[in-house]
Design a protein around this ligand. Sequence first.
Ligand code: ATP
Length: 368
Amino acid sequence: MTPSIQLGLVAGDGIGPEIVPAAARVLEAAATDLFTIDWHPLPIGHEAIERYGVAVPAETLAALDRLDGWILGPHDSASYPAQLAAAVPPAGAIRKHFDLFANIRPARAWPGTDPIAPRADLVIVRENTEGLYADRNMFAGSGEFMPTPDVALAVGVITRAGSERIAREAFRLAEQRRRHVTIVHKANVLTMTTGLFRDVCLEVAGDYPDVTVSEQFVDAAAAHLVRDASIFDVIVTENLFGDILSDLAAELAGSLGIAASLNCSATRAMAQAAHGAAPDIAGTDTANPTALILSVAMLLRWLQGRHTSPVFGEAAGRTEDAIGAVIASPIRTRDLGGTASTTAFTDAVIERIIGTSSRRRERGSTRS
Ligand code: ATP
């Protein structure tokens, strides 16, 4: 029987209504003959504010709760009405609600993109719920406050449990890659907080004897990324360091427009590009949908880890191969120096998937 999955389609703001449908079209093509998808379009951001008066309606959260995963478009919370702009931004609220503690951000140089670091092929495993992220690191209230108009404080949170689960995620991932984890911290200054993070990661390393481990201060890691990103395989780090290093690594490996990312726990996964809503180009059909399409491929690989049938991994492979081929061709969006529209680029990726699949089918029927 053909497997079927239930996926949420959350367009969001800015370029979201252009790139989210583009990613869904690519997934439909990649899933051909493998599995079927029941789509569940759900509002956040401006669309939700118009319908429900809030950027993240309870109805959207309840519907997401029933799904196998979802594709989240970007949000432009700076443009919300003042009373809503102060709230936790939609992506943060959704990550917190579903305890999506792991933010997996690959930085891989794709041929044809003229990257600063052409040999980069690394993954940053970023802890997503703690650290200095005041909007999500407290059970109630905020981790950031002002006792007087001239004093601002922020509380950083690192827990043993939070560090352990993200470390396990990183070591499991390294087992499927080049088997090296670099723990990034600042334990020479933040000795208790990032020191605890480092110590717990080193303890977890003991359970993965096939994976080698090293550690670096975050400032040194930034310098090493620029000098030679190819020395890194998997980097595990706390929330803020991971946020900054992953944007740096993404730019070194090509562009934010191709930087994929998955937010997940053991039971939930959300494909979300690393970039924002890009309001400056919204509505112009010029956004690069690659980051989101590759994030969807990551979602497929996450689903594969929970299913015995190989169909999801196969669809992820089809997607990645097609993206690689189209990016290496002259069909590129503006951010990569080309002239292709979002629609034209997406069509080219779909044609590539369909063409490759039909050639594969023809070869199969010739053999049989
Ligand atoms: P956020 O704070 O939500 O990350 P931001 O404004 O800091 O948002 P982006 O929205 O990611 O950052 O935009 C940064 C720049 O990158 C903008 O010039 C934008 O046009 C460009 N950009 C971002 N995403 C894409 C994309 N998918 N395709 C083309 N250009 C993009």
